[in-house]
Write a protein that binds this ligand. Sequence first.
Ligand code: ADP
Length: 501
Amino acid sequence: MKSLILAIDQGTTSTRAIAFETAPEGGLRPLAVSQIELEQHFPQSGWVEHDASEIWRATLQTCGAVIAEAGGIGRFAAIGITNQRETSVLWDAATGEPLHRAIVWQDRRTADVTTRLATEGHEPMVQAATGLILDPYFSASKFAWLLDAVPAARAGAERGEVKLGTIETWLIWKLTGGASHVTDATNASRTSLMDLADRTWRPDLAELFDVPMAALPDIRDCSDHLGDSDPSLFGASLPIHGSAGDQQAALVGHGALKAGDAKITYGTGAFLVVNVGAAPVASTSRLLGTLGYAADGQVAYALEGSIFSAGSAIQWLRDGLKVIGGSGESEALARTLTDNGGVYLVPGFTGLGAPWWEPEARGTVTGLTRDSGPAHMVRAALESLAYQTRDLLDALAKDGAPKPKVLKVDGGVTANAFAMQFVADICEVVVERPAFQEMTALGAAKLAALGVGLIGDLEDHPVEAPARWTPAMDPAERERLLKGWRGAVRAAIIAARPETA
Ligand code: ADP
C-alpha cells in the first residue's frame, strides 16, 4: 500500500530526505533519513552563494537513499518539500541549468537597492502590501540582481526562456522535468512581490523591484498538487503535494494551528513564528507579516521575528572565547553560578534583528567586575536567548497579537535545560519541546499527506510526551533582570550610533 511520504528538507547547511509513515495513533512518524552537507561560497564580504546544481544532486541522492531504505518507490504516496527561504535561483528553461550560483538569504549584496527604495519612501507601501520591511534578506532584489548580472538574462526572462524561483520552485522544476514552474504561497510571501492578503503577485511591486512577471512561478497553496516527478528519477512518478518554507513548515510540524499558537526554533539564529489567525496583522513594531500556511481551504497568517545570534553565541564561547570545549558544557558552567552577577551579553555579532533592526550593532558585554569569569560569559550568553525572546513577545503584544500560552521549541539549543527554564521564567510562558525534533520536515510531510488524503488534518499526534518548563521566577527578580538587559541593549545601540546617546 502507498502509505509513505517522502519529505525533502533543503536547508542552508544541508539537504535531507526523510521518509515518514502514518502512525497507528494518528499523524506521521519517521522511518528513514539521509543527509548531505552543502558547500557554502563566500565570494566577497557579505555575499553568500550556493550551487543550485549541487542542491539538486544532493536531493536526488538523499531521496534515492531513503526510498531504497524504506522499501522502494512503490510504498510512497507523495513528495513534500520544505526549504531555506528567500534564496534565489535563475536558470535556463531549455537546458534546466542554473545561470548563476544561487544567492542565499543571508547575502547583503543588494543592500544599496533596498536602502534606496526606503530613502525614496517606498517602505510603508511595501510593508502594507507584503508584510515585509525593505531589506536585502528578501528575494525580489536578489532576483533583479541575477537578471542584471547574467548577460541576456533579462531579455530571456521577458520571453519566458529564463526562469526565476526560490529553492522549492527550482526543485519542483527539476523533479517534474521542467513541467511545473510553481511556488507555494509561504515561500512567495518572502519575496516582497506577493500581496499578503490576496496571495497573488503584485505587478506594481514587480515593477518597483524590476522583476519581469513572465519569469515568476505560479503561486499555489501548500498542499496543492504541484506536479508529478519524472518517472525516470526514482523508477516511478510521485505527485508533489506539499510545500512550505522552513519556518512555516515548522509551525505546521508543531501543530501550531490556532491563533496565538507559537513556535520558536533555536538553531544558529532563532525564528519566532506566531499564528495570528485567518487575516494578516500589520506590525507596528517591525515584526514581519507572513503567511503561516494555506492548505486544504484553511489559511493562517503569522507574525515572525528573527534573532540573528542564538546558538551562534554558544559557538563563539567555544570557538572564539574558548571557555567551553563543546556546546553541551555550557549548561553545567552556567549552573555553577547562582545568578548572572550583573553581567549581560548582547550577542549582536552580525547586528541586531527584530524588533531592533540595528544592522551596525555589535556584540556588547555590560556589568563586568573583577569577579567576572568564564561562567559569567556563558551564563550571560544563555540568558540572552531568553531576553531576546522576551523582546519579540513584547513586540507581538504591542502589535495586538494574542499572547502565546505555550511556546513550542525545537532546534539544537533546546538541548539546554537551563536555557529553556530561563526562557519560561523571563517570558512568563510554558515552554514545550516535542520528543521528535524534526519539525520542519514533519511539517512538509504533513502538508503532502493532507494533500493526498493520507491524513485528515494537520493536528499533531505525538507519541511521546513533550519536555515542559513552566515559569517559576519571582516577578521582582524578572523585572530586575529585564532592566539590566534593556540597559545592555541601549549600550549596544549607542555604541553603534553614538548620536543617539
Ligand atoms: P542550525 O539548524 O541552525 O544549523 P541546529 O538546530 O542544529 O542549528 O542547532 C545548532 C546550534 O545549537 C549550535 O549553534 C550549537 O552551539 C547549539 N547547541 C547545541 N547543543 C547545545 C547546548 N546543549 N546548549 C546550548 N547550545 C547548544
